[in-house]
Design a protein around this ligand. Structure first.
Ligand code: ASP
Length: 263
């Protein structure tokens, strides 16, 4: 029997729970894709687009500024259980970085960065709409939150994970975090899908999403696997993790983390 679909979305470790309505809208969009027979990968993208368009979150429209006070650079990545990967790093002038990452899946590469990534987006007509300007950040100053992400199980039993971010606040121009790096900010395979939010440098040091995926592979239920992942970090390092498997889903964070679950 085919598994029931499942979607879990988040608005970042540190995003107040009252922003969970945005995560719920994102989960609804993803569920609509899988209900119509779409893939987990396209559903995860649909969720991330909604979150990128919500200026309360630090991704797409809501991207935070770099330390120069004017530059916006975004990272996004996604992967499905067939091993398809697409990502962009330090991309500017693009409203929905996750859509560019989705297009990268169709190329012979997995990650495009900087000006080359922006040129690729332009060639594919993915620079439509207003690119982020930092205005949204000013409107929501003090409450701009972290990376957004989604994990999905579709009706065929495939899994996908997506992640999108403006990076950590006041980062150097050119800094790239965990979000576009497979195994760090996201991972998917036959055992499920995992996505993470939090301090990218620390996430990368622990290869966090591949590590948590390993817990899933060895039979740890996703809720416990996410908790074990969070426990790898000291309390002062903000971390949030989502996971989905064939039979269950889970989330854990050491901060408030706006999120939504749709089964
Ligand atoms: N992980 C993201 C980064 O380090 C930021 C975040 O999730 O808060 O770029």
């Amino acid at each position: 029997m085919n598994p029931a679909p499942a979607v879990v979305t988040h608005g970042g470790a540190g995003a107040p729970s009252r922003f969970s309505d945005g995560c719920r809208r994102a989960a609804d969009a993803a569920m609509a894709v899988v209900e119509n027979g779409g893939s987990a990968l396209d559903a995860a993208v649909a969720a991330a687009v909604i979150l990128e368009d919500d200026p309360r979150f630090n991704a797409g429209t809501g991207c935070v500024l770099r330390e120069d006070g004017k530059t916006i650079e975004a990272d996004a990545g996604l992967m499905d259980s067939a091993g398809r990967i697409g990502a962009v790093a330090a991309i500017s002038g693009v409203k929905n970085p996750v859509l560019v990452a989705r297009r990268v899946v169709e190329t012979r590469h997995f990650l495009l960065a900087g000006e080359g990534a922006a040129a690729f987006a332009r060639r594919h007509g993915l620079c439509t709409g207003n690119p982020p300007t930092g205005k949204a950040l000013a409107e929501f100053s003090g409450e701009a939150c972290d990376t957004v992400g989604a994990v999905v199980r579709d009706r065929a039993g495939s899994f996908a994970a997506a992640s999108s971010t403006g990076g950590i606040r006041s980062a150097m121009v050119g800094r790239v975090g965990d979000s576009p790096l497979p195994g760090c900010g996201y991972w998917a395979g036959p055992a499920g899908a995992v996505t993470a939010t939090g301090h990218g440098e620390e996430i990368a040091r622990r290869l966090l999403c591949r590590t948590v995926y390993g817990f899933l592979e060895s039979g740890t239920p996703p809720e416990a696997a996410c908790r074990q992942g969070v426990a790898l970090f000291p309390r002062e390092t903000s971390i949030g993790i989502l996971a989905v498997t064939r039979t269950a889903h889970g989330s854990a964070a050491n901060r408030d983390m706006a999120h939504a679950v749709l089964l």
